[in-house]
Design a binder for this molecule. Sequence first.
Ligand code: ZN
Ligand code: ZN
Length: 165
Amino acid sequence: MNQPNQTLRQQVLDRVADCFSLAAQKLDREFAPPVVHFNQRGRIAGSAWLERWELRFNPVLLADNEAEFMAEIIPHEVAHLVAFACFGRVKPHGREWQSIMLSIFGLQPRTRHRLNTAKVAPTFAYDCGCRQHRLSLRRHNNIQRGKQRYQCLHCNKLLSLSKIS
Ligand SMILES: [Zn+2]
Ligand SMILES: [Zn+2]
């Protein structure tokens, strides 16, 4: 897996540390620095592992979206750890997390990123009749080669490749 270069890696670690010191200051308490890995895959920008006290960032998305990571993705994931430290296991994007995003980081608590995902694995649009599904290249190939069929969990119809993608 491609790892970010030393400079970018350090920028991420610094931003994580800044977010925590801001939280420490506003909440008047201390936080241990988390473990940070660059091993998140797919279309997910980052994830927070609460009990492990660990953050994982996607190196492919990071390389193409540095500004968004610094501005939003990193505070978003740090806010999950802060929420866990202060409130325990709460809803991932619930009130506690939202209030940390707003009042500590001054950010709108959005839960979906709008990153450039051109370089991560493509997905394929499939329809069942009730909604659109995004399938991975592996699943798409399985269907097209007749090795596997996939059903919609909601309407039970078989998925077929969308006419419009
Ligand atoms: Zn989140
Ligand atoms: Zn369906």
